[in-house]
Design a protein around this ligand. Structure first.
Ligand SMILES: [Cu+2]
Length: 168
């Protein structure tokens, strides 16, 4: 019940934010969390899965957990972790969600922990965006937009953060 309430409060704020900011600025807030640059990659056809990448910063005093999400674009949204076993890269669903410790930033990226859109309903084309509702244990649900970048795109977050005094 608490989650549902926070979802209804948060959605209009996010809508105002996304309609007011420029195309290049692409971040979202829910509670103490900053959700930066959600993106995905173009697919050559309707693919069985598509990856989702995003940077989440916890500015609060307590840990929060990314539990998963939903999107009209795919049958399911899972959180996957990537492992290397005997030189073979594999991925598997991360059970229990992804914890974001207070004061920390977690980056979901290609080759690492990522979101997996299972059975996308259509091909993803470079330059378009699609909506995903992310669910966090404490902060609740927030609707964000994933930007589709070209095939083979790598994270751009590091460049984006240079000059913001956030280098580590
Ligand atoms: Cu995956």
């Amino acid at each position: 019940m608490a989650k549902f309430t926070s979802f209804r409060l948060v959605t209009p704020a996010v809508f105002l934010l996304t309609s007011a900011i420029s195309v290049s600025a692409h971040d979202f807030k829910v509670g103490d969390l900053k959700i930066d640059h959600p993106w995905s990659r173009a697919t050559p056809m309707v693919a069985p899965v598509a990856g989702g990448y995003v940077i989440v910063t916890n500015n609060g005093g307590e840990p929060d957990t990314l539990l998963g999400g939903t999107t009209p674009m795919a049958a399911k949204v899972e959180i996957h972790e990537s492992t290397m076993t005997d030189g073979v890269a594999r991925m598997r669903p991360l059970t229990g969600g992804l914890v974001i410790e207070p004061g920390k930033t977690v980056e979901l990226r290609p080759g690492g922990t990522h979101l997996m859109f299972v059975r996308p309903s259509r091909q993803l084309k470079e330059g378009e965006r699609f909506k995903v509702t992310l669910a966090f244990e404490k902060a609740g649900q927030v609707e964000v937009e994933f930007a589709v970048q070209g095939m083979g795109s790598q994270p751009t977050a590091k460049q984006e953060h240079e000059g913001h005094g956030k280098t580590e």
